[in-house]
Each structure stands twice: as structure tokens, then as C-alpha cells.
Design a binder for this molecule. Structure first.
Ligand code: GLN
Length: 489
């Protein structure tokens, strides 16, 4: 088997081959490491590469097989990990200067679960600093490039994870989604990205951005792989008090059967789409109808206030979560003449401009005299959004929209914060409601840039969500390839 064949394989195919002995985990990992060596210079999806550990991990899987032991569902499958998840002994930075050099003494639960299923961590991926952004341009280290078109952003904040899967550095990756950070980069890179129901996946070891919104989820190049990974990482964890006690997701074979399903198209998410995105959404609607689904428009009225409510709630929580980065307990410390000056210098030099903007916004929204008018009001809007979704789910099994209003944009093209924030207008409402939602690649624009469709479902509706996504995946006749493959470079 050639390196090319290995890097094009799905996680399901890799695990089956490693388990049956058709090939070894070392062969699989080596092929992905050469893909990284060949193309990481152009893409820059990693903050830290873990090649040596990955080869050792692969060897351990192969030895386990040789001893006749049972191998897990992800045996020998390389996985890329967003660098806001702790991995014992490996630098974890959140792509921030303030955490440079921080080596966590513990490992995130999701990573432990992936590794016990046989997955092999191959690197920590780049993100917008502390997951704040939609392009990966806010990384303190360097932006990541979109493998499908290297002159464009991969989206964000999990841009490095999305790019690593699109670039065939790994068949699967893990990201976090607070307002769209898995789904939007998945859409822009032409891959699948899933934000599960809040509480389904443990957040232990995830460096918190906005704790009531953050959720960890998978990236993959197929709906089936993303469903399998969610199965592996979901389920209760005593170490995360928000993880649900009796809920986990179990992967089922997906047949894309949507006949008779009622699918709503969210009215409030139809405005402001680029013409190509609008065309793709209409095609998706037609495809679902052709498969026998009942597709109608449905209003989720409060969804239009999602962005505004999010930019009060998320910064408010961030301002409190990021207070711990003070030069005393973690990472970088810039010494001043007294304690206060040390705080000021450390935080002043350690945080980038977007993080500072969020901390200031959040501190303001929580301050005496403004708390009720800003933070309190936003919380009420959040309840309205959840209620409006519940009403829609009274009539529909699942909802759809575009994932992102546009395809991947060029670097430095959204310099004012508001235009960047608008990238998440379709993804934010499900974070506020706590519901699952995912992006599935569906079409290309006239230049071949990927367009994703978002499938949304009520809490614990992952089953129906994957079903609709699988139907769209089967109906799509679009398979994005990295720029170097399409130009034969
Ligand atoms: N782009 C949004 C933000 O900057 C969402 C980020 C995320 O989901 N982590 O807040």
C-alpha cells in the first residue's frame, strides 16, 4: 500500500485494516508523518508535532495485536488535537504567548478516550488565541492556511484541526466549538465537523473559553468517521460536573434514509448569504426532497439576536475564566516592581488584541450598573432562543441552514472585528441553546471552494442529525482536494 493510499483512507478503513492485520499502525502513522513533512510548511496546521510519540504509540498498537489482545475502534488512527486541550508532558499553548512553555501535568478526558480506543495523537493544532476568532489569524504564532486554496483562511477557531484533516495529515481531528469553531472551519475546509449536545462530551482538560457554551467535537472527511469518533469520546466523566450522567452517543450504521423526515429550513438564516452559498442551500433542499423528506421553511425568531447575546455572554465568561492567567500559576511571567505591576505586564504582553478586547467587553458587561441591562438581558434572550428552537422541533425532526454565509475568505480581509464576528451568525444559536449541530461539505463555489450545509437537531438528536448529514453527503457530488493535489504540485 502506498503512502497516498494510506492518507486517503477513512478512520473506519484504517482501524479495520490494523485490526485484521492487513497493514500495521506503524505503516499508517509513517505515511501521515511523510504527508506532514511534505506539506506542513505550506499549511502550518500544527503548533507542536508529536511524530516520535506517534510512532511509539503505533508500535504499541502493533505489539498489542501481536500479543493477540483486542484492539479498539480507532486502532492505529492518527488524530490531530486542538492545542487548547491538555496532554500530559506536551506543551499546551492555546496559541497564546501567555501559555508558551506550559506543560500540563494531566491529560484531557477526550484524549484519554481516543488513545484507549487505539487512536494515535500526531500533533497539537493551531487555533485563534484562546479559541477567539473565525480565521486562525488571531493565533499568536502564525496563521494556518486553507489546504484547498492556500491563499485563503481555513476558518477558526479550530482552523489548524480542520486544515490538518483537509490536508490528509490525519483522517480525524478534535476541536472545540463555543460559537461555531468546529462547524465554520469544517465548512471552509470542505470536511465534516460536529458540535455535540452540551454535556455529552467531557470538557475536563479543555482550557475554558466560555464554559456554558464550550463543547468538544470531531472533524473527519466522512459523516461515518465523525459519528464513530463521537461514540468514542462521549459519555459521563466524574471530572466534569457539566457532563451528563446517563447520556452517551452510540454509533449506528448510517444509511442516509430520510424518507418521511420533516426538515425545517431556518428563515432567520437565509439573509446575507453569498449567492453561491444560497445556491448550495437550495440544492441541498432539493436533494432532501428528492429523497422523500418533507422540507419547509420554519421561523426561529429569536435566532436573529443570537450574535448579540453571544458577544455579551461569551466575553463575560471569558473575562472570568482568563483571570487565572496571571503570571503566577501558568506559563509566562513578566516580573514587575510589585504584584500588580507583574499582573499588568504579564497580561499586557501575554494576551493578543482580540483576547484583550473580549476581556474588556466581558468585564464591562458584568460590571455593577450594567450587569442586568447587558449580561442579564443576554441570558433572557438565550432562553428565548432555546424556546423558539423547541417550538420548531415540535414540528420538525431536524433543521438545516448554511454553515457559513461565505466560502473561505482571504487573509487580512476582515480587519474590523464585527465583520469577523458575522462569520458565526448561523452557528452561534445552537451553542446558546445547547443543541447539537454539524457541518457537512455539500458543494463548491465557482472556484471550487467548499460550501458546507449545517444540520441542527434538538438535544440528544445526534442520531437524526447524522442521518440527515449522511443523506446530504451521499447526494453531494463534490469532493474537495488539497491545492497541491489539484494542481499536481
Ligand atoms: N468565532 C467565535 C468567537 O470568536 C466562536 C469561537 C469558538 O467557537 N470558539 O467567539
Amino acid at each position: 500500500m502506498s503512502d497516498h493510499q494510506f492518507v486517503e483512507m477513512s478512520a473506519v478503513q484504517i482501524a479495520a485494516g490494523v485490526r485484521s492485520g492487513a497493514f500495521s499502525a506503524v505503516e499508517v502513522v509513517s505515511a501521515h508523518l511523510s504527508q506532514i513533512a511534505n506539506h506542513e510548511g505550506e499549511v502550518r496546521s500544527f503548533v507542536t508535532q508529536m511524530g516520535d510519540r506517534a510512532l511509539a504509540g503505533a508500535k504499541a498498537v502493533d505489539e498489542k495485536r501481536a500479543r493477540g489482545e483486542e484492539l479498539g475502534a480507532l486502532a492505529g488512527v492518527p488524530v490531530a488535537l486542538k492545542d487548547n486541550m491538555a496532554y500530559r508532558g506536551v506543551e499546551t499553548t492555546c496559541s497564546s504567548k501567555i501559555l508558551k512553555g506550559w506543560i500540563p501535568p494531566y491529560t484531557a478526558t477526550v484524549i484519554e478516550r481516543l488513545e484507549s480506543a487505539g487512536a494515535i495523537a500526531i500533533g497539537k493544532t493551531n487555533l485563534d488565541e484562546f479559541a477567539m476568532g473565525s480565521s486562525t489569524e488571531n493565533s499568536a504564532f502564525s496563521p494556518t492556511r486553507n489546504p484547498i486554496d492556500l491563499s485563503r483562511v481555513p476558518g477558526g477557531s479550530s482552523g489548524g484541526s480542520a486544515a490538518s484533516v483537509a490536508a490528509r495529515f490525519a483522517p480525524i481531528a478534535i476541536g472545540s466549538d463555543t460559537g461555531g469553531s468546529i462547524r465554520q472551519p469544517a465548512s471552509l475546509c470542505g470536511i465534516v465537523g460536529v458540535k455535540p449536545t452540551y454535556g455529552l462530551v467531557s470538557r475536563y482538560g479543555l482550557i475554558a473559553f466560555a464554559s456554558s457554551l464550550d463543547q468538544i467535537g470531531p472533524f473527519a472527511r466522512s459523516v461515518e468517521d465523525s459519528s464513530l469518533v463521537l461514540d468514542v469520546i462521549s459519555g459521563h466523566d466524574d471530572r466534569d460536573s457539566t457532563s451528563l450522567s446517563s447520556k452517551s452517543y452510540s454509533h449506528q450504521p448510517l444509511n442516509g434514509e430520510v424518507k418521511g423526515l420533516r426538515i425545517g429550513v431556518i428563515t432567520e438564516m437565509l439573509d446575507g448569504l453569498s449567492p453561491d452559498v444560497e445556491r448550495a442551500l437550495n440544492q441541498a433542499i432539493e436533494s432532501l426532497r428528492a429523497l422523500g423528506a418533507i422540507v419547509e421553511e420554519v421561523s426561529v425568531p429569536a435566532a436573529k439576536f443570537g450574535l448579540t447575546a453571544y458577544y455579551l455572554i461569551a466575553p463575560a465568561e471569558a473575562s472570568s475564566n482568563l483571570a487565572r492567567f496571571d503570571g503566577v500559576r501558568y506559563g509566562v511571567r513578566v516580573e514587575g516592581k510589585d504584584m500588580n505591576e507583574t499582573y499588568e505586564l504579564t497580561r499586557g504582553q501575554g494576551f493578543g488584541p482580540e483576547v484583550k478586547r473580549r476581556i474588556m467587553l466581558g468585564t464591562y458587561a458584568l460590571s455593577a450598573g450594567y450587569y442586568d441591562a447587558l449580561y442579564g438581558k443576554a441570558q433572557k434572550v438565550r432562553t428565548l432562543i432555546a424556546n423558539d428552537f423547541d417550538a420548531a422541533y415540535g414540528r420538525f425532526d431536524a433543521l438545516i441552514s448554511a454553515t457559513s454565509p461565505t466560502v473561505a475568505f482571504e487573509f487580512d480581509s476582515k480587519s474590523d472585528p464585527l465583520s469577523m464576528y458575522m462569520s458565526d451568525v448561523c452557528t452561534i444559536p445552537s451553542n446558546l441553546a445547547g443543541h447539537p449541530a454539524m457541518s457537512v461539505p455539500f458543494a463548491g463555489d465557482e472556484d471550487g471552494l467548499p460550501i458546507g450545509i449545517q444540520v441542527l437537531a434538538p438535544s440528544f438528536g445526534e442520531g437524526v442529525m447524522f442521518k440527515v448529514a449522511a443523506a446530504l453527503e451521499a447526494a453531494a457530488d463534490y469532493r474537495p482536494v488539497p491545492q497541491w493535489a489539484s494542481t499536481g504540485k
